[in-house]
Write a protein that binds this ligand. Structure first.
Ligand SMILES: Cc1cc2nc3c(=O)[nH]c(=O)nc-3n(C[C@H](O)[C@H](O)[C@H](O)COP(=O)(O)O)c2cc1C
Length: 331
């Protein structure tokens, strides 16, 4: 039995629904052909940060306006960020190199919290050959004066601004913390987003009781985290006509299949490959193939959305009633 693994995402016909998400795996050029060979349908490069772009532009301004050297120096250089994603100019070269090394689509990524001059960078990414741009909006709203409406409007403004500058597809990668996600998601679509990537993982800081300091802390995801995007993709699939990517906690073929059944067009992976190696992409692909064969599915299209909120036997299972049932079922 032949299985058609192709899927539509952001207007592309991808050969498989498995995408290597932005992170250390895609930051190494030598990994890209291997990912393609192992079954990735597309690749998202690591993010370029809005702060990085803005600081570089300020440094140029400082240089020409002959401000004092120390001032310029202090604002001009973010070595850790440059180490992570090669820096702003090299990032453009990396897009070109990535495009030469694989045939599958290559998406660039911008990481930001608010609109600004940095959004002009999107045009440079497009000109360098990126097939699409993923915008990762990562904000921690600590200001008590900012209400949710203002925060959401700011984020919509980011997408409007980028949409006005590029013709290539835009995906928006969001965290899960929105009061009314479907309504906000529709606003992003109206602003020009062609897809949503659900969800970004927020990395919570740790406290060091010896040093009495707050430390950055990174833990890789665990498999059960995919149930958060599972719920929201199932809910959004029936109400939004744009592409949906499931990410966070995709570790096994079963995780990917569940997200696709909920309605994801693609699933993305980073942690599992950091733990198990780049060839985990192939295990995912082969595992999905085996499962689909055993369960007589002939295509990804046939599976996609078959268990979305509207299509599953118990739509309320994705809502509050699930919470009540789960609580009372605990013995
Ligand atoms: C070390 C590390 C670096 C990451 N860098 C980026 C990044 O540059 N841009 C981005 O959008 N997401 C980044 N991510 C998030 C991943 O793309 C992914 O969304 C997240 O890890 C959840 O997926 P997972 O459970 O498969 O890891 C990073 C994740 C890790 C672990």
């Amino acid at each position: 039995m032949n299985i058609d693994f192709s899927t539509d995402y952001l207007g592309f016909k991808l050969s498989t629904p498995l995408v290597a998400s932005a992170g250390p795996v895609t930051s190494l050029p030598q990994n890209l052909p291997r990912l393609e060979e192992f079954g990735a349908g597309a690749i998202v490069l690591p993010s370029l940060f809005a702060e990085q772009i803005e600081h570089e532009e300020l440094a140029v301004y400082d240089f020409y306006s002959e401000m004092d050297e120390a001032h310029a120096e202090s604002r001009s250089y973010f070595p850790e960020m440059d180490f992570y994603n090669s820096g702003r100019d090299k990032y453009l070269q990396n897009i070109e190199l990535a495009k030469q090394s694989v045939k599958i689509p290559v998406f660039a990524s911008l990481n930001c919290r608010a609109a600004g001059q940095w959004t002009r960078e999107a045009k440079r990414l497009q000109d360098a050959g990126a097939d699409a741009i993923e915008i990762n909006i990562y904000d921690v709203v600590a200001d008590i004066e900012r209400d949710s409406r203002a925060v959401e409007l700011e984020q919509v403004k980011i997408i409007e601004s980028i949409r006005s500058q590029v013709q290539i597809p835009i995906a928006v990668k969001l965290g899960p913390y929105y009061t009314a996600l479907p309504h906000f998601a529709r606003q992003l679509a109206d602003a020009g987003a062609n897809g949503l990537v659900l969800f970004n993982r927020y990395l919570e800081p740790e406290m060091d009781l010896q040093e009495m300091s707050v430390q950055p802390h990174l833990e890789l995801s665990r498999p059960n985290e995919m149930r958060l995007p599972l719920r929201w993709i199932a809910i959004l699939r029936d109400v939004l006509p744009i592409s949906l990517a499931g990410t966070s906690g995709v570790h096994s073929p079963g995780d990917a299949i569940k997200l696709i059944m909920a309605g994801a067009d693609v699933v993305m992976m980073t942690s599992a490959m950091l733990k198990m190696g780049v060839d985990h992409m192939e295990s995912m692909f082969l595992g999905m193939k085996t499962w689909m064969h055993a369960n007589e599915y002939t295509s990804i299209t046939q599976m996609k959305g078959s268990m979305s909120r509207k299509n599953c036997p118990d739509p309320a299972g994705f809502e509050r009633s699930n919470y009540i049932k789960a609580i009372v079922s605990y013995v």
